[in-house]
Design a protein around this ligand. Structure first.
Ligand code: CA
Length: 429
């Protein structure tokens, strides 16, 4: 599916179905496996990385924007879209099939299998939204069958302030959290113990690039200029801790023990061919003017397939690959990232380069499109049957969760965001 790639001299980039053709060029930060190496930045191309430190050595320092030579992706992100776009043009020239620099730049390639990916940038603040109306309705139904959707949902992009310190990169080991859990019988004291309802949340993260000053809201017209790009996000959730603690102020320790992101940030330019109209039904109230624009309505959405796969310890021991449990799409978002960003700054709050906005669990309308085990198992009442005969309601120790995301369209070359992997470890004692 999709048209033929324009092609790169990096042959693995031209293989059909690969996540990183020349049309993608996502940014990441990595360390070479040799010890004491400083972090470096680069773009993924096929199964390789174009290492900016090496490019600067080969083509001269002026070839690479200074922050990228220094391994400081945040400072590059803050430079905004025009610098990013002209550097993308440069990169496309260097990596194109008939680039005159090909023979020299070969030495600037590093196999992805030889490096340790790091968090792509410093994440100062993390805000998680709740932008899938299908998720909000499904979860609301579990708690309030008569009124699943709260009356503010269609007016306010709901979010809460998460925590940046516990965000890790794909491959992260997730220690089962411990916390207060409500007693089975009303009136009994809660217990303090290991979470028994550990869950995933299938989300997309948006990184802030250009900053806004404190006290200066961003308008819908300019909102996309402040977005750098997207990653996959797993917002791990302890449902039993959450159920006891979240009222009246919302999520706290049930969420901030860990979040995992994919290592590559796919830029807004690479995502441009996959933009789609938003899906707000015509008979829903229109958004208030400050979070509304015709451009956003016609192309604020993104057609991005999202997959949730699980591999149990037993499957791994038997050499079985992860099994797909659900498939959803970012186009189901009721609120766009531009609306979330504009709303976030509407009180004057300043967003900084490297801040992360989570989409919220991106469930679709069908049960098979659920972005969490909470929804897939009807709140833990209907276990999922796995192909090897095992069942799951929530995650067990040794489980590996794999989230994938990619964009396909008849008019464009397929691009992918890679993978976001997390491995469940037993609770601390
Ligand atoms: Ca979430």
């Amino acid at each position: 599916m999709g048209k033929i790639t324009q092609g790169s001299w990096v042959e693995s980039a031209n293989r059909p179905g690969n996540d990183f053709p020349i049309e993608n060029l996502p940014y990441g930060t990595f360390r070479l496996s040799a010890p004491q190496q400083l972090a470096r930045t680069g773009v993924a191309i096929g199964d390789q990385i174009l290492d900016f430190t090496s490019v600067a050595e080969i083509l001269g320092a002026e070839a690479i924007p200074a922050p990228l030579r220094q391994g400081d992706l945040n400072a590059f992100m803050a430079m905004g879209p025009s610098v990013r776009q002209s550097f993308r043009h440069q990169l496309t020239g260097w990596l194109g099939a008939d680039a005159s620099e090909a023979s020299r730049l070969k030495a600037a390639l590093v196999p992805q299998s030889d490096v340790q990916m790091q968090l792509p940038c410093r994440i100062g603040d993390y805000t998680d939204f709740y932008a899938s109306i299908h998720h909000a309705t499904a979860v609301g139904k579990l708690f309030r069958p008569d009124a699943p959707l709260l009356p503010n949902y269609k007016w306010v992009p709901i979010g809460y302030h998460g925590r940046g310190s516990s965000i890790g990169v794909s491959g992260q080991q997730i220690v089962r959290p411990t916390g207060q859990i409500k007693a089975a019988a009303d009136g009994q004291p809660p217990e303090f113990g290991a979470c028994r309802r550990l869950d995933i949340e299938l989300e997309v993260g948006a990184f802030i690039g250009a900053e806004n000053m404190l006290g200066q809201p961003v308008s819908m017209t300019n909102a996309e200029d402040h977005l750098f790009g997207l990653c996959i996000l797993n917002d791990w959730s302890a449902r039993d801790i959450q159920a006891w603690e979240y009222q009246p102020l919302g999520p706290f320790l049930a969420k901030n023990f860990a979040s995992t992101i994919s290592p590559w940030i796919v830029t807004m330019e690479a995502l441009a061919p996959f933009r789609v109209p938003t899906q707000r039904p015509a008979d829903d109230p229109p958004p208030l003017p400050y979070i509304s624009s015709p451009e956003d309505r016609s192309q604020g959405g993104i057609n991005m397939t999202l997959e949730f796969l699980l591999q149990t310890a037993k499957m791994r021991a038997a050499g079985q690959p992860p099994q797909q449990l659900s498939v959803s799409n970012l186009r189901y978002a009721y609120w766009t990232f531009a609306q979330m960003l504009t709303h976030h700054t509407s009180n004057g709050c300043n967003l900084q380069a490297g801040d992360l906005l989570g989409s919220g669990t991106m469930s679709g309308p069908k049960p098979s499109e659920a972005g969490s085990l909470l929804e897939l198992t009807a709140g833990g009442k209907a276990p999922v049957m796995l192909a090897n005969g095992e069942t799951r309601t929530f995650l067990e120790d040794g489980d590996v969760v794999v989230l994938k995301a990619y964009c396909e369209s008849p008019d464009a070359v397929r691009i992918g965001l890679g993978e976001c992997v997390g491995w469940i470890q037993s609770a601390l004692r």
